[in-house]
Design a protein around this ligand. Structure first.
Ligand SMILES: [Zn+2]
Length: 303
């Protein structure tokens, strides 16, 4: 059972939206690609874990703190005998290890992900001891991308390579597990001390006026060019009914500008291709509650 599902981070949501609606600088764009790739890799691994049917608990994306150090955990999988801690990597291409250092095949050194794994495990263990839980933790680096290869990897590393994932999952599936109250208690405890936002983010500055307006295809992220009750994407052929696209656009607007009041005029401007304000108003009325009167009225989420 997944107690804490994985959601896109605020930073990833905003960067995706800005990448479509304005020109990002090269470093902002590569930060977006980096976050997106990481998230896609984690989702891929989630899909593997969703096939588990024995008694387990899953907590995704935890941001915890021990002694002033904030650390992030991709996945914790609770079984009765131990807790698995997974750090998921979506690396692509050829890499090699030499004297405990990791390099891309070009010779460029990269951060040793095993050090990060050990550091996180150590912080997690200390945190559990402090909370008086003494469960065994077993940590693994999970490489999910089939286009990844690591040369000269010693045999005893806590790594699961893409070609080993099927067998690793078989091992997990065959476990006899009966969760105890202490596991549920620990999972709840970790959820209660989970911190919501990363203490830093590297978002670019943006203003409403400089963003391109319009409705976005959910599959390929192109803008829809013409309005019809059933919108059709010119790039990928995706079709959807317009209210779905409008509501998604509103959600995006609320993420980008949480302080803006949702009015018919604002959404009319934001969606751009819908030329009728009454169509916008009708869609808004179905989903939101109207407050205030005439020109000063705006829409709020239902409680
Ligand atoms: Zn499309």
């Amino acid at each position: 059972m997944t107690l804490k599902p994985r959601l896109e981070s605020f930073e990833l949501k905003v960067l995706r939206s800005l990448n479509i609606r304005m020109n990002l600088k090269i470093n902002e764009q590569s930060n977006y690609m980096y976050l997106k790739k990481g998230y896609d890799g984690e989702r891929l691994f989630d899909k593997w874990l969703e096939t588990l049917t024995n008694a387990h608990l899953i907590l995704n994306d935890l941001l915890l703190e021990y002694n002033g150090t904030v650390f992030q955990i991709d996945t914790l999988l609770f079984y009765s005998d131990k807790i698995y801690h997974f750090e998921v990597k979506n690396y692509e291409g050829d890499f090699y290890i030499e004297a405990d250092r990791w390099y891309a095949l070009t010779g460029k050194e990269i951060k040793n992900p095993l050090l990060q794994l050990k550091r996180t495990e150590s912080l997690l263990r200390q945190l559990l001891v402090k909370k008086r839980f003494n469960h065994t933790i077993e940590s693994y680096l999970i490489f999910v991308n089939p286009k990844f290869h690591l040369y000269q990897a010693p045999l005893n590393l806590p790594i699961v390579f893409p070609t080993q994932l099927t067998r690793f999952m078989e091992k997990l599936k065959n476990k006899h597990s009966k969760l105890k109250d202490s596991h549920k208690k620990l999972a709840k405890e970790l959820l209660s001390i989970h911190k919501d936002e990363t203490p830093y983010n590297r978002l670019p500055e943006y203003q409403y006026d400089e963003l391109e307006k319009g409705l976005i295809c959910p599959l390929c992220h192109s803008m829809y060019t013409t309005f019809k009750p059933i919108l059709v994407c010119n790039s990928c052929g995706e079709k959807e009914r317009y209210p779905t696209a409008v509501l998604r656009a509103i959600e995006e607007l609320q993420t980008l500008f949480p302080d803006k009041k949702i009015t018919t005029s604002l959404i009319y401007d934001w969606c751009k291709i819908i030329k009728s304000k009454s169509t916008i108003r009708k869609t808004l009325k179905k989903k939101f509650k109207l407050v205030g009167y005439s020109k000063a009225s705006y829409f709020v989420n239902h409680e």
